[in-house]
Ligand binder design. Structure first.
Ligand code: MEV
Length: 325
């Protein structure tokens, strides 16, 4: 039996635009998904626990249909990632027939912009390959996890979430070019969570339609790329004020692309009015989380008093990516 964990992430800059080859800077945060894998003779049995679910168990036999007592969309989403992740592990180990018992414990809310699916996928690949006696380097785990997301999300995924979760720290992703950014010790991230989730596939498709239809929407995507390049310099300089200013602009550009929500805007404004250097939605949007930057706890208090905010917390930069527990 092997347990592995991988961190969630926030986007400092660049979500959505990264899908079209612009650079993005996601940062891993200390909220982890932990996946335990044990080999068994056949089939796939998955038990999941996380913050937003009551927990469910899914049994895959030799047939296609899981026997499960949980809402179908939730099961489809979770199971898609896990079954593709173990397929990657079988492929890496060169075995076809082996079955697995998989347990997931995640402190990362589902579909809320904190990279829950990437973290589960990355940790599952690490745990399952180790269980089969194979050790992959984090770059290969990132690549295999990207293939899983690409498959499950119908080709609408960038490498950003999976690379960030596998490597940890602050990273830069531009198309297939993925790098870690050295010299970023910590950033004072604050998270506000509205208790909801966005539909990543639908949100990505919405931006694609807008971009296809209007030149100015395509220019907005390009502007996000330009903003990210400015932001990288501010990150290396540790210039929180400038980082915050660029986060604010990034949120505005994402809003223009139609991926914000009333609850996300309310939390962004609560954090800003309490003095945060900057605040923006993180991830696909539509609901879920915002990330603010501030060393004081004043924005956290403000978020606590914001009716749209269900939970707020500070999240340290996770310098370690995927690891065996
Ligand atoms: C989702 O966490 C981030 C998006 O940019 C999609 C992706 O990069 O795969 C919206």
């Amino acid at each position: 039996m092997v347990t592995a964990s991988a961190p969630g992430k926030v986007y400092l800059f660049g979500e959505h635009a990264v899908v079209y080859g612009e650079p993005a800077v996601p940062c891993a945060v200390e909220r982890r998904a932990e996946v335990t894998v044990e080999e068994r003779t056949e089939g796939l049995r998955v038990h999941a626990e996380d913050l937003t679910l009551d927990g469910f168990t899914v049994e895959f036999g030799n047939g296609d249909h899981p026997d499960v007592d949980a809402p179908e969309t939730m099961v489809e989403a979770g199971m898609g990632y896990v079954s593709e992740a173990v397929a990657q592990a079988r492929d890496a180990a060169g075995v076809e027939e082996v079955g697995f018992e998989v347990s997931i414990e995640s402190a990362i809310p589902l579909g809320a912009g904190l990279g829950s699916s990437a973290a589960v996928t990355v940790a599952a690949i690490e745990a399952a390959t180790r269980e089969l006696g194979v050790e992959l380097d984090p770059e290969e785990i990132a690549d295999r996890a990207y293939r899983v997301e690409h498959e499950v999300q119908d080709g609408q995924a960038s490498r950003a979430d999976t690379f960030c979760s596998a490597m940890g720290g602050a990273v830069r992703v531009e198309g297939d070019d993925c790098r870690t950014i050295d010299g970023v010790d910590d950033l004072p991230f604050l998270i506000g969570y509205d208790g909801g989730a966005g539909d990543t596939g639908a949100l990505v498709a919405g931006v694609r339609d807008l971009r296809d239809e209007y030149g100015f929407a395509a220019d907005t995507v390009t502007a996000i790329g330009d903003l990210v390049r400015e932001g990288e310099d501010a990150l290396v300089d540790g210039d929180l004020e400038r980082l915050g200013q660029l986060m604010d602009v990034n949120h505005g550009l994402l809003s223009a692309l139609g991926v914000s929500a009333r609850s996300l805007d309310a939390m962004v404004w609560a954090a800003r009015e309490a003095g945060a250097h900057g605040a923006k939605l993180t991830g696909a949007g539509g609901g879920g989380c915002i990330v603010a930057l501030d060393p004081t706890d004043a924005p956290l208090t403000a978020l606590d008093y914001t009716p749209d905010c269900e939970e707020s917390f500070r999240a340290a930069l996770a310098s370690e990516g995927v690891r065996v527990e």
